[in-house]
Structure formats: structure tokens, C-alpha cells
Ligand binder design. Structure first.
Ligand code: PA5
Length: 444
């Protein structure tokens, strides 16, 4: 199996009988999702995406990725939230968290438009000086402020660098037919890719949103989709005993009911830290509503054992951990024996660093469960495209099922609008005049 769920470290927190108690609820929410009768069902296109994606566009993505590879030194990917996190997570998990600095024959890839920081935009402009660049602008709505601002800046850069031919270097991923970006794209003649109507931002990594930048980085998107396809099949049964994805969703909710309101996604590989960011958006935006939800957070161990470890071991007991452990590395280093044991590490001579990492994982697992933190363990034999496609689908489906158990709509994000409304009013956007005065007074 590409992934196994180990529930042994939950035994002190969830009794065997409790799994039986939630099995009917699992069947109920499975139906809501698969029969498209649950709230937000118009955004469940991701459910069958691995087996039913647009094959023609998939070929176009691969061809365009090859074209981009030959055209530029740097691909600038502009997008925020679901329009950037998935691609970045996959590129780092499969290639390296140092992808841009590694020897390679693919372009560097920089992500921008995911904040409103002048410094980060200016830094990237400097990096792009004297380099050939292409831009992939990604926005489903086509109106999101952060990417729109960055796009304006980088479109100017392209125009000044390449003149009339600048439009050949812009690749646009947006809605099929509507939105400002679609209009600009049609007018200016950019090559475009479609975000399906029934797939929301945080569920879109396996559409052109994620696949184009991922393919540019040299990753096999065929293998990624094959992994997701296997997960689609494996996690299609409604019995908790036969479906680890549903079991994980059920465990989260059982722990939540016992006061464990914070989930910490822990990995032992720094290259997985962006995957943690992707997971946080997926669960945070899907579950955190109607004054309910498990707060998703993420850590990289052993790094964060030296920062967050104290709190996890000994602080407020409202936490549980979900540990993703990758059982083998692509590369290995074996420690030498020194004639004089000056660093006191000769007891590790002959041991691989990944063996030592595994002992850190095992030691932490026991310490944290002893400290009262339930641990869900997800074991993955190795990290590759197939495994990652499988893992992405596992979390997407677990998130939808978990949100339905919680009783919220997994596919909307009404809370995100509040800051936008205030920001637009404070910026003096036409249509927000009445809010302007009231908000300005509160800031004085
Ligand atoms: O999951 C979501 O829908 C959001 O997080 C969006 O991905 C994010 O707000 C970006 O939106 P857009 O692609 O419309 O620019």
C-alpha cells in the first residue's frame, strides 16, 4: 500500500468500541459526498478528477511545460492560497526545498502574488534582471488583489523586456469563461488553461493550477495523477475498517469531541514543510466556520522539537498530532568512526542519518503520547510522484468527510471576505464609501 495509517498510539485516547459507534455516521457523510447531496456539492469536481480529468488539456500542459523550460531561466508563478500552495508543496516535496539552488536543466520557479509585500516583489524583480522569464498567472476568480497587483508589475516587466511579443511569455490559468483575468487573457492573447467550475481553489492542485508549474519543474504529472487515481479507488468504500482515509477523518472528529481542538501535522523532512502549508489551507478554510473546527498547524521535526517541542510535550493538553513519516530517503550518508571520539558520536559510527532520524521519530512518538498527546501515524514507504498524488487525494477526501461530520460546508470560505471588504473600503474602492468612515474612525 502507498500509505498506512497506524492507530496504535491512540489506544489510550480512543477505545476500540468508539470506531464502531461512528461507522454509521461515516456511511451517512460518504453518501452526502458521493451522491452530491451535501452542502457545497457543486464544488465536488475534485472527487473524480484523478480518473476523469481533461486528457486534451493534460497533453497541452505537458507540451507547454516543455516550451516554458526552453524559453526561460525563471518561471514566475503568480497566485495565492489554493492557486499556489499545492504547486509549491509538490515541487519542494519531490525535488527539494532548495529546488532553485540545485543543479538542474529546468527553470528556477519563484512564487509571488501571495502577499502584498513591496520588499518581496522588489527582491524578485532584482532576481529577474538579466534573466529570461515567463509568467504563469493563476486565479480562479481573476480578481484577487494580491495576484492582480503582482501581475500588473510583472506584466510591465515583460512588456519592457520583450516588447510586443511579451504576451507569448504569459500563461494564464483561470475560469473557463468569466472574470477579469479571462477578459485580459482573451484580449491580450495569452495561452490559457482552465480551472474547472466545480473545483475550488484549495482542491485544485491536480488541475492546471498545480500541474503546469509542477511539470515545468521536471516532475512527472502522469505519475502524480496515477497515484491520485489509486487513492480515488482505494478510498471509495464507505466502511471505516476498509478505508484509512475515512478512519483518519473519523479519528479527528472523535478527538475533537474529547477537547483536542488543535491538530499538528508533523513531518521529519524539511522538504515537506510546504506540504504542511497546503494542508493548513485545505483544512483551515474547509472546517473553520460556524464557530467550529479543528485548528490546523504544522511542524517540521526534529527542527521544531527545539522550538515547539516543549509546548507539545508539556503545554495545554488540547492538541493531537498527525505524523507523516517517510520510511526511506533517496540519498544516504553513513557516519564514520573517528580514531579519537572528540564529538562523542562514535556510538553512531556505521549508522545512516535516516536511521538516526527514525529513532528521533520513535522517541518523540513515545514521549508525546506519554505527555498526553494522541498521535496518528501515516507511514509512507518513500516520497515520489505516485506516493504524493496518493497522499494529496487522501487529505482532500479526508478533509471533505471530516467537515461533513463536523457539520460544516467544506467548500466555501465566507470568512475570507471580511478582511477584503475592510481593505477595499480603507483603500477607497468605489462601492465601499459607506464603510470607509466607520472603519477609519475605529482606527484613530
Ligand atoms: O480555496 C480557495 O478557494 C481560496 O483559498 C483561493 O484559492 C484563493 O483565495 C485564491 O483565489 P483565486 O484563485 O480566485 O485568486
Amino acid at each position: 500500500m502507498p500509505l498506512s495509517l497506524n492507530t496504535k498510539y491512540l489506544e489510550d485516547f480512543i477505545s476500540k468500541g468508539e470506531y464502531g459507534l461512528i461507522s454509521n455516521e461515516i456511511k451517512r457523510v460518504h453518501k452526502l459526498l458521493h451522491h452530491k447531496t451535501g452542502v457545497g456539492s457543486e464544488f465536488t469536481g475534485w472527487l473524480n478528477l484523478p480518473s476523469c480529468y481533461n486528457k486534451e488539456e493534460f497533453i497541452q500542459i505537458k507540451e507547454t511545460a516543455n516550451k516554458i523550460k526552453n524559453m526561460c531561466d525563471i518561471l514566475v508563478v503568480i497566485g495565492i492560497g489554493g492557486s499556489y500552495l499545492g504547486a509549491r508543496a509538490v515541487i519542494e516535496a519531490i525535488n527539494s526545498q532548495n529546488y532553485n539552488n540545485m543543479p538542474k536543466d529546468t527553470p528556477d520557479i519563484y512564487f509571488i502574488g501571495n502577499s502584498i509585500s513591496t520588499d518581496s516583489i522588489c527582491d524578485l524583480l532584482k532576481i529577474c534582471e538579466d534573466k529570461d522569464i515567463c509568467v504563469n498567472i493563476i486565479s480562479k476568480s481573476g480578481t484577487t488583489t494580491e495576484p492582480s497587483i503582482a501581475f500588473r508589475v510583472f506584466r510591465n516587466l515583460l512588456e519592457s523586456k520583450y516588447g510586443r511579443e511579451y504576451n507569448k511569455r504569459i500563461f494564464c490559468t483561470t475560469d473557463r469563461s468569466k472574470g477579469t483575468l479571462k477578459e485580459i487573457s482573451d484580449k491580450e492573447g495569452y495561452e490559457t488553461f482552465v480551472i474547472p467550475d466545480d473545483v475550488g481553489g484549495r482542491y485544485s492542485v491536480l488541475t492546471a493550477v498545480g500541474l503546469l508549474p509542477i511539470a515545468v519543474s521536471g516532475i512527472s504529472i502522469d505519475k502524480l495523477m496515477l497515484g491520485a487515481q489509486k487513492a480515488e479507488l482505494d478510498f471509495s468504500v464507505d466502511e471505516i475498517d476498509k478505508n484509512d482515509c475515512y478512519k483518519y477523518a473519523a479519528i479527528r472528529n472523535m478527538l475533537y469531541k474529547k477537547g483536542k481542538e488543535i491538530e499538528i501535522l508533523a513531518t521529519y523532512e524539511p522538504k515537506m514543510s510546504m506540504f504542511g502549508e497546503w494542508y493548513k489551507q485545505l483544512f483551515g478554510e474547509s472546517e473553520g466556520k460556524d464557530k467550529k473546527g479543528i485548528f490546523p498547524s504544522s511542524v517540521t521535526f526534529s527542527t521544531d522539537l527545539h522550538s515547539m517541542g516543549q509546548f507539545i510535550q508539556d503545554g495545554s493538553r488540547n492538541l493531537f498530532e498527525t505524523v507523516i513519516y517517510i520510511e526511506s530517503n533517496k540519498q544516504e550518508i553513513t557516519l564514520d568512526k573517528l580514531s579519537q571520539d572528540i564529538d562523542g558520536l562514535n556510538f553512531l559510527a556505521g549508522k545512516n542519518i535516516s536511521y538516526i532520524n527514525k529513532k528521533a521519530f520513535e522517541g518523540t512518538l513515545l514521549a508525546h503520547t506519554d505527555g498526553g498527546v494522541p498521535n496518528i501515524v501515516i507511514l509512507i514507504p518513500e516520497m515520489n510522484e505516485f506516493e504524493l498524488g496518493y497522499l494529496i487525494y487522501f487529505f482532500e477526501k479526508a478533509c471533505a468527510i471530516s467537515a461533513y461530520i463536523l457539520g460544516v460546508n467544506p467548500f466555501n470560505q465566507p470568512g475570507v471576505e471580511s478582511y477584503k471588504k475592510n481593505m477595499f473600503a480603507l483603500l477607497g474602492k468605489p462601492g465601499y464609501e459607506s464603510e470607509f468612515e466607520a472603519l477609519s474612525k475605529r482606527l484613530k
